[in-house]
Design a protein around this ligand. Structure first.
Ligand code: AMP
Ligand code: MG
Length: 336
């Protein structure tokens, strides 16, 4: 199959392909998504096949408005408040599903995750097609998510009808996935929207600040299974990823300038990498967390292309705003 690269001028063509049940890679503000209409089981099936995605990992449905969200899920008062505040944007809400969503989109669950993406082009397409798009990240299952049209194309070339180039993704990591149960919000996947902001919006106490007993901690660990996607390998490039928490953890490492590269924000870490034998050409800096998020996956792809086989990746210091990035680095390194 030939994969066509399309631009904003080709919106009508993208809409026609999607209405017809074809797969099209579309830009969002988080990462590039592999989109398909969410109401046809046989079309959705192709997403799982093309990505090699486990059937038990449900997909997020992208819609253009709260009204459209209510076509596929029961939008309650909490969801309405959250969408009003954070949509369009990087927040996916897990809500009770209506039977208008194909059953494989939600991996057989009674719930469906819904998001209103921030990229205006993709919102326009959804509005014109007048159908929600199931759109997981446009990568082979388990690999980093593409944040440029060219990376999406190299992941999926020949397997999809078209890639719509909407420029580099503004944010660079996937949305926060949230469920609200018995009025208590729970983050299933951390992202740019933090628990602090969610609790402020819902005027509720932050459940993360509540002291947990050992039994409660165990329950919440088991509950992670409630978001099936978190069980699978994720975000991993071909190279080995080594998460670096502090300068001391690489002080005794022998760095090979041909094999090893490093991503960091901390100048001291960069200096130690160089002292241990690392090459300047293998260093990637981000001056702040947002720039780090914006670059992380693209740097993974770049490192693969340059033939590096080990990537040292600095974990940014723990804080509410670094949870998403830390989660992706931990998972890429296989430590979650
Ligand atoms: P991706 O498509 O790679 O962005 O991953 C979507 C994420 O949303 C995965 O971690 C899924 O497990 C999660 N997700 C999607 N639908 C649901 C749902 N109904 N319940 C819980 N988690 C969900
Ligand atoms: Mg993904």
């Amino acid at each position: 199959m030939q994969t066509h690269i399309l631009t904003a001028d080709d919106i009508d063509r993208v809409v026609a392909l999607l209405k017809n049940g074809e797969l099209v890679i579309v830009p969002t503000e988080t990462v590039y998504g592999l989109g398909v209409r969410c109401d046809r089981e046989e079309a959705v099936d192709r997403i799982f096949r093309v990505k090699g995605r486990p059937q038990d990992n449900p997909l997020i449905v992208h819609v253009s408005s709260i009204d459209m969200a209510d076509r596929y899920a029961y939008v309650d008062e909490f969801a309405e408040r959250l969408f009003t505040r954070f949509a369009p944007g990087p927040l996916s809400l897990v809500l009770p599903a209506r039977d208008t969503v194909a059953v494989n989109v939600r991996a057989g669950l009674p719930t469906v995750a819904i998001r209103i993406p921030g990229h205006p082009l993709t919102r326009r397409i959804i509005e014109q097609a007048d159908v929600g798009l199931a759109a997981p990240s446009a990568n082979q299952s388990g690999r980093p998510s593409p944040t440029t049209a060219s990376s999406a194309l190299s992941e999926m070339k020949g397997r999809v009808s078209a890639v719509l180039d909407g420029g580099p993704c503004e944010l660079g990591i996937e949305s926060t996935v949230l469920v609200v149960e018995q009025r208590i919000p729970r983050i299933l996947r951390p992202g740019r929207v933090t628990m602090e902001e969610i609790c402020d919006c819902l005027s509720c106490p932050n459940p993360l600040y509540r002291k947990q007993s050992a039994a409660e901690t165990l329950t919440s660990v088991n509950e992670a299974a409630a978001s099936p996607g978190t069980r699978h390998v994720h975000y991993r490039p071909d190279a080995e990823v080594i998460a670096v928490e502090s300068v001391s953890s690489i002080r005794s490492v022998r760095v090979d300038s041909k094999r090893d590269c490093m991503f960091c924000m901390n100048a001291k870490l960069a200096a130690v990498f160089r002292l241990r034998g690392g090459d300047q050409a293998g260093l990637r800096y981000a001056t702040d967390v947002q720039t780090y998020e914006f670059n992380l996956y693209e740097w993974f792809f770049e490192a693969e292309r340059s033939g590096y086989t080990r990537i040292f990746v600095e974990l940014p210091p723990e804080s509410p705003t670094t949870q998403g990035l830390r989660d992706r680095i931990f998972r890429a390194s296989g430590s979650v």
